[in-house]
Write a protein that binds this ligand. Structure first.
Ligand code: HT7
Ligand code: ZN
Length: 863
């Protein structure tokens, strides 16, 4: 397979100033006429041909400077034009007519049809499925777009920028002309056409300009758009306040679509979203859905500056926009929590996600630096490493430079690079220059894969009243190249003493090993290090259970307080122990502390995920881990019966539903209490869950009660599931929840039962193999979210996985490739799992029709 290498980047031979598109939309045969104003590029040499990318297109005609042109070659992926006027040394125009077939496009890249409407997805390389083009992010041009369609079927015609005019034509067709004043790369192009309606708001931004905001959906969903609109308005004002960044267009539109490969897309002025991240109402969306909508709306809006105004030079630099924008959306959501403890809760959630998903990626066969050096299929590199670890790297700049220093760096970045396509070094240099500091060593975070381990050794000299800590960094075990470079690692720390007299400080670990000495420490302190998870590392610190209990009950850094509890639970589960009296007592005190945020209590009593526990083992026995974790949970449930019952009452939220963080936190703790009560005494508490299921006025409570019943295998679960389906059959996003709850149910009696349930669900009338949300809610939920049922001794879970990857690959390679990642960590498992997984991987590898997407993932896993 062809692979692309970062160091082989060449500036373009040709570039574009202006693009005119005339698109006649027809599901069976869309005619695309383009007129490109071409200029010699930075790397131009006289006589070079113009090579345009094109995929799955029917070529019709080519004109150069208005004349028919015949000196060209077509391959399945390119159109190469020879004999250019003036050897290509002066500007010339290229006019191309081609045809694509949106209704046959199941990959959901390029132009496609969803529920009768047209949508596009062009990042990373989808524009070439619409027309022949210089489809690379460092070629930026101004776009003018004429959309044509039959008015009765497609009354709404949208594209990027400003609407110049509309016209009704005699034959029942109509047109709309859109112009985007900002030069952009092709990956930010978008069009939408169909039967849609919108809610609108007009706001005034910091310069006093009026801006029109619209959210477009199918008419029956209009009532579910308020939260997305509020989130958009909050994001716009937050970016003005925090970074001085104003919305630059007169109009900003969001459109929701039910068939979408990812979460959302930041096309200039015309964001396209998966319905999952737009539509919400108390009755149909959970608190998690509300929070996700807020953060995805913010993320895409923030891209308008970090991604669109300043974009990536090439796709290796993807983290330049994604890591930075994730960091910005994390900070926004933290601020929206409304309190310091809310900020900490958000941080814990973000770190939990990073460690559950990114750490395994960084330790597996697809490990790559946040700026990869090589890829075969760019779609495979929209990863948790590029996004989440990328955000951690950006966060470290802020930790090292302070908020003000970080802001200075951002200001300089925009001053230098507005309107350009740049690299990660450009961002680093803006941070360094704005703060007059040397960030040379910090660069290593961009180039090395794997999670570094930092070991900590402490000593206390009671006679001298002196405390010493020695910190050593170890390169990640899986980094192949021998000359690994040392990282610049910021470690926030504080010594906890009974007097509380020690301040927080920041240790900057730049050498392999460094020792810090602290004088005047009256009593042996307890070390709190990597506070707020100041660096994305694994900490190897053999802290006693007594010290961990101290941190768990009294660390003033909420993240480390949570972390100590997780570490205690993790160690005990992996040793096959149950929680001892001291830990139960610490849990009890924490649960009953009236000063603590309920959301924090919920996180503190939620055990580390099975897949995170796997990462701590050399040879994983998934069934053993499942049993040990479940027994540990049952013990907490039983020992704290009284407390759970009392919290279940205390955490009720009377009055109308409010999705704010404080109310959501109370619901989270209440529902944890309910599931713990069912875990302890299912027969006694199932009726309470049924009662909550029936009487809930919101989806969070209804779904939580249903989940508690399903997880326990309660006899009432079947009737409640039937009721749920009947009630919400017309709401695809709610039906996705119904599917995913059943597919991710852990084994009740035996794991095989879940797989046969999943096969039954696949035969259900509402199952669709070509809808990514539905596929993710059944197949991905089972294979990637239900480890105890998936990892069966007879290999049937893996056989199902292989069969599903192959079936999906023929429909949508991107969705198939995500699923293909499900066996990445096969080498980490004990026998017989390991051999059975290998056999399943080999079965997929043998297929002769694999997409480039799936092939890359499978061959790397086997490699
Ligand atoms: N920048 C967007 C990436 C994206 C995407 C990539 C490949 C295929 C489909 C896709 N849809 C969206 C999303 C984001 O990070 O904001
Ligand atoms: Zn993004």
């Amino acid at each position: 397979p062809q692979s692309f290498n970062r160091l082989k980047y060449l500036p373009p031979y040709y570039t574009l100033s202006q693009v005119e598109l005339d698109i006649a939309l027809d599901p069976a045969r869309t005619i695309v006429k383009s007129r490109l104003e071409v200029l010699p590029g930075p790397n131009h040499e006289a006589g070079l041909p113009l090579v345009l990318q094109g995929q799955e297109l029917e070529f019709v005609s080519l004109r150069i400077n208005g004349e028919a042109h015949r000196q060209f070659e077509l391959t399945p992926l390119t159109l190469t034009i020879h004999a250019l006027p003036h050897d290509g040394c002066q500007a010339f125009s290229v006019e191309i007519i081609c045809v694509c077939i949106p209704e046959k496009n199941t990959s959901l890249m390029g132009l496609y049809v969803s529920n009768g409407n047209f949508f596009t997805q062009c990042e990373a390389e989808g524009f070439r499925k619409i027309t022949y083009f210089l489809d690379r992010p460092d070629v930026m041009a101004r776009y003018r777009v004429i959309l044509r369609a039959r008015e009765a079927e497609y009354p709404v015609l949208l594209s990027n920028g400003n609407l110049l005019s509309t016209e009704k034509l005699a034959n029942g067709w109509h047109t709309a002309i859109w112009e985007d004043p900002f030069p952009k790369p092709a990956y930010l192009f978008a069009l939408v056409a169909g039967k849609l309606e919108c809610i609108e708001e007009t706001i005034t931004t910091s310069s006093g300009a009026k801006k029109l905001l619209q959210i477009w959906v199918e008419s029956h969903d209009l009532k579910k758009t308020r939260h997305a609109m509020d989130s958009l308005i909050a994001s716009i004002y937050w970016d003005e306040k925090r970074y001085g960044l104003e919305l630059d267009l007169e109009r900003f539109m969001i459109v929701a679509v039910g068939d979408f490969n990812m979460g959302a897309m930041e096309n200039k002025g015309l964001n396209i979203f998966n319905t999952k991240y737009v539509l919400a109402q108390a009755e149909t969306a959970t608190d998690a859905d509300f929070a996700n909508i807020e953060s995805v709306v913010a993320h895409e809006y923030f891209h308008n500056w970090t991604g669109n105004r300043v974009t990536c030079r090439d796709w290796f630099q993807l983290s330049l926009k994604e890591g930075l924008t994730v960091f910005r959306d994390q900070e926004f959501s933290a601020d929206q929590m409304g309190s310091e403890s809310g900020r900490a809760v958000k941080r814990i959630e973000d770190v939990r996600l990073l460690r559950q998903l990114q750490f395994p990626e960084d330790a597996g066969p697809m490990a790559h630096p946040i700026r990869p050096d090589e890829y075969q299929e760019i779609n495979n590199f929209y990863t948790v490493t590029v996004y989440e670890k990328g955000a951690e790297v950006v966060r470290m700049y802020q930790t090292l430079l302070g908020r003000e220093g970080f802001r200075k760096g951002m200001d300089l970045y925009f001053k230098r690079h507005d309107g350009q396509a740049v690299t990660c070094e450009d961002f680093l240099m803006a941070m360094a220059d704005a703060n007059g500091c040397d960030l040379e060593q910090f660069k290593n975070w961009y180039g090395q894969a794997g999670t570094p381990t930092v070991s900590v050794v402490e000593s206390y000299n009671a006679a001298k009243k002196e405390y010493q800590v020695t910190v050593t960094q170890h390169p990640p075990a899986n980094v192949k190249n021998k000359d690994t470079k040392l990282f610049h690692i910021p470690l926030a720390m504080r010594l906890l003493t009974p007097a509380g007299d020690q301040q927080e400080s920041l240790l900057e670990l730049t050498q392999e090993s460094q020792t810090w000495t602290f004088p005047d420490v009256e009593t042996r302190p307890v070390l709190s290090i990597n506070r707020n998870f100041s660096a994305p590392i694994k900490l190897d610190f053999d802290q006693s259970e007594a010290d961990l209990l101290t941190l768990f009950s009294s660390d003033d850094d909420a993240f480390n307080r949570w972390e100590a509890g997780q570490k205690l639970a993790m160690q005990m589960i992996l040793q096959g122990r149950l929680p001892d009296a001291a830990l139960i007592s610490a849990y009890r005190d924490l649960l009953m502390d009236p000063a603590l945020d309920p959301a924090f209590k919920d996180l503190a009593l939620t055990l580390p995920a099975e897949t995170y526990l796997y990462e701590q083992c050399v040879s994983v026995d998934p069934q053993k881990i499942y049993v040990a974790r479940r027994a540990f949970r049952k013990a907490i449930a039983r020992e704290l019966r009284m407390e759970w019952a009392s919290l279940y009452q205390q955490m009720q939220t009377p009055g109308p539903f409010n999705p704010d963080a404080a109310s959501a936190g109370k619901r989270a703790l209440k529902n944890l209490a309910l599931s713990m009560l069912l875990e302890a005494d299912p027969l006694i508490w199932s009726p309470m869950a049924v009662n909550q299921y029936r009487n809930a006025d919101n989806m969070t409570d209804r779904y939580a009660a249903l989940a508690a019943l399903v997880i326990q295998g309660s006899s009432s679960a079947v009737a409640c599931l039937e009721d749920f389906y009947a009630h919400f059959a017309d709401d695809p996003l709610v039906i996705d929840k119904w599917f995913s709850l059943q597919a991710s149910r852990p084994p009740v009696t035996d794991a095989v039962a879940t797989l046969s349930d999943v096969r039954r669900l696949q035969g259900h009338e509402a199952f669709r193999m070509n809808n990514p949300n539905r596929v993710r809610s059944v197949i991905h939920a089972f294979c990637m979210n239900n480890p105890a049922s998936f990892h069966q001794m007879d290999g049937s879970g893996y056989a199902f996985w292989a069969e599903s990857v192959l079936a999906l690959d023929a429909i949508n390679p991107q969705v198939a490739a995500r699923l293909a990642r499900g066996l990445d960590r096969w080498k980490q498992f004990a026998q017989p799992y390991q051999s059975l997984m290998r056999a399943a991987l080999e079965r997929v590898a043998e297929s002769e029709t694999l997409s480039a997407d799936v092939k890359e993932v499978i061959l790397k896993a086997l490699g």
